[in-house]
Design a protein around this ligand. Structure first.
Ligand SMILES: *Cc1c(COP(=O)(O)O)cnc(C)c1O
Length: 230
């Protein structure tokens, strides 16, 4: 199947999962994760109406997206992979959102770089919910300490939370990972009523329908759109 046929098929499955979950049509956003796939593949997806893309690495994002965004101003890129402090200055010039904020020093650097560029950026806070993954805040209190800092960071706009479920066939384990993120979101909303936690970024090729049933508002789909990564 072509990339655009894959995108249509995923959109259809998203729509069916929304109905099954009793959620309103269009409540889930599709991100196409284009890591390890060339700019031509991204452009094919753009041609079929896809606007939101995700990349894991700053260098790869920088080699593909500035030109694509210049030619297609509706295209939006989010960084979804772990981010080193010395790459922050580069990525805040390209991405509209960093979904993988996982520590205080990274948040501080994003704030500093955005202030010097006089721009505002959206962020999601990545939370660790799966035993086999290393990324994300491992403890609620560490996350709360970062959220406490946002008051003094006018260039950083909190939009919600992100997680990766474990890579397993065990659907209960996957579901439980997503449920942890939902309950953390509820705790964050209660604790920080003035912050926006409307985005729950969870679900990938293998588990996005489960994620939608559990409340995801943004699914990050790579392989099921672009095929296996080289
Ligand atoms: C690669 C990646 C995805 C997409 O994974 P697929 O299984 O190919 O859909 C989603 N989220 C993150 C954080 C990733 O690194």
């Amino acid at each position: 199947m072509s990339i655009s046929e894959n995108i249509d098929a995923i959109r259809e499955r998203i729509a069916r999962a929304e109905v099954r979950a009793g959620r309103s049509a269009g409540s889930v956003r599709l991100m196409a994760v284009s890591k390890f796939h060339p700019a031509e593949a991204v452009l094919e997806a753009v041609g079929s109406g896809q606007t939101l893309f995700g990349e894991n690495r700053v260098q790869e994002a920088d080699s593909k997206f500035p030109d694509i965004i210049a030619a297609h101003p509706g295209v939006e890129l989010h960084l979804i992979g772990s981010l080193q402090r010395n790459k922050v200055a580069k990525i805040v010039g390209i991405a509209s959102c960093i979904q993988s904020v996982d520590r205080e020093e990274l948040l501080a650097e994003i704030s500093k770089q955005c202030a010097s560029l006089e721009r505002t950026i959206d962020v999601l806070f990545e939370y660790h919910t799966a035993e086999d993954s290393k990324s994300g805040y491992a403890e609620k209190d560490m996350l709360f300490r970062s959220l406490d800092l946002l008051e003094s960071m006018p260039n950083v706009r909190c939009r919600g939370l992100m997680t990766m479920a474990p890579f397993t066939e065990d659907q209960l384990a996957v579901r439980s990972s997503f449920r942890q993120l939902v309950s953390l979101r509820d705790a964050c909303m209660a604790r920080y009523p003035s912050l926006d936690f409307s985005v729950l970024s969870m679900g990938m090729s293998a588990d996005f329908e489960i994620a939608i049933e559990e409340g995801s508002t943004l699914v990050r789909v790579g392989t099921a759109i672009f095929g296996e990564r080289q």
